[in-house]
Design a protein around this ligand. Structure first.
Ligand SMILES: Cc1cc2nc3c(=O)[nH]c(=O)nc-3n(C[C@H](O)[C@H](O)[C@H](O)COP(=O)(O)OP(=O)(O)OC[C@H]3O[C@@H](n4cnc5c(N)ncnc54)[C@H](O)[C@@H]3O)c2cc1C
Length: 319
């Protein structure tokens, strides 16, 4: 039977949503190949939620005191893989997943496709791992025919969260891990700058190079606050140090899937749009020929500052 594993990423708030997105996808693939989905966790977590999202089994590796540094978690996950020999191992392309996955792949001497945007199976059941290549101009489908597990990371929000099915049943299995050694000691966890990006919000106000000065940026931030949304940015603003990296959307930033993406002064470069999977895009740009208008559901040819002033006047201030 094909064994599909999903790494359960834990954070202070519990299980990261990308875990559920991957479980939903793994369950879909398992249904097609007659496989079994295992959620592999390195700490206590809500096992019922994992099963409701698609896991047939939850494997709880015990013995790693969390939070643990990435190298230690990689050793623990690799140890579980050595014992059970999964065919596939999926991780979120989050900060943690991007650090963990290559370490696990190196320990297991297997391949890894990072930042996949599509996963499928070929007729023999091999995992087809598709990701953008050459600056997003090509989509490359990568296979790992010989080594196991076939490993892939997938960005948050690429797959939808499955609706939880409380009627699902699954096994919960605890496994003691041997004492693991690390030369790194985790002293303290500090909040990352830009933790207020809220890129998982339903409404995103996104600012680009055409946003103008600090006054306009402050208005965009205020609009996001009044709408209860998040604040996204294109890469030039991050490169210029005007916005912290966690706000960046695109090929080298985050993938977002809001209901509404309000793009202010963003040209619509392919590398930016690669991260935008919005239900509705409203684009504001001074140039009527800006490429973003080809993606937009609503096109506003206007100056960002003037647009923001008018919109803020219409959206009441919240307390
Ligand atoms: C390998 C690689 C990876 C990359 N990854 C990313 C990524 O993850 N995310 C990302 O965003 N980019 C990424 N880029 C950069 C990308 O190619 C673009 O350069 C970038 O997205 C452009 O950002 P922008 O649209 O904000 O700026 P610009 O291209 O400078 O566009 C600014 C826009 O604002 C408009 N404008 C100007 N003044 C006003 C005004 N007063 N009112 C309204 N509109 C106005 C202009 O008409 C223009 O359309 C990457 C590039 C490479 C090569």
């Amino acid at each position: 039977m094909t064994e599909l594993w999903v790494y359960v990423e834990l954070c202070r708030e519990g299980i990261r949503p990308v875990t559920f997105e991957l479980l939903g996808k793994a369950a879909e693939l398992a249904a097609r190949c007659g496989g079994r989905v295992t959620a592999a966790a390195l700490g206590a977590c809500d096992t019922e939620a994992l099963i409701a999202a698609g896991a047939d089994r939850v494997l709880l590796g015990e013995g790693v005191a969390l939070p643990a540094e990435d190298g230690l978690q990689a050793q623990a996950l690799a140890e579980l893989c050595r014992r059970h020999r999964p065919d596939m191992l999926l991780l979120g392309a989050t900060g943690m997943g991007r650090s963990l996955a290559p370490r696990v792949a190196a320990l297991l001497r297997t391949g890894l496709t990072a930042d996949c945007t599509r996963l499928d199976l070929d007729e023999s059941g091999l995992l087809l791992q598709t990701r953008p290549a050459f600056g997003g101009n090509l989509l490359a489908t990568i296979l790992c025919p010989e080594r196991r597990p076939q490993m892939a990371t997938v960005r948050p929000k690429v797959f939808p969260q499955p609706a939880p099915d409380a009627s699902r049943h699954g096994e919960v299995r605890r496994e003691a891990l041997p004492p693991l050694q690390s030369s790194v000691r985790l002293l303290e966890e500090l909040p990352a700058p830009g933790g207020d990006a809220r890129l998982d919000a339903d409404i995103l106000v996104a600012v680009g190079n055409g946003i103008g000065g600090e006054e306009n940026l402050a208005m965009a931030r205020e609009l996001a606050r009044r709408l209860g949304g998040g604040l996204a940015a294109s890469r030039p603003l991050v490169d210029a140090g005007r916005m912290p990296y966690p706000h960046q959307v695109g090929q080298t930033g985050k993938t977002v899937a809001p209901k509404v993406y309000l793009a202010l002064g963003i040209s619509g470069a392919i590398q930016h749009m690669a991260g935008v999977q919005a239900e509705k895009i409203i684009a504001v740009n001074a140039d009527a020929d800006a490429p973003i208008f080809a993606y937009a559901d609503e096109a506003v040819v206007a100056d960002c500052g003037a647009f923001l002033r008018e919109l803020l006047a219409a959206v009441p201030a919240l307390e």
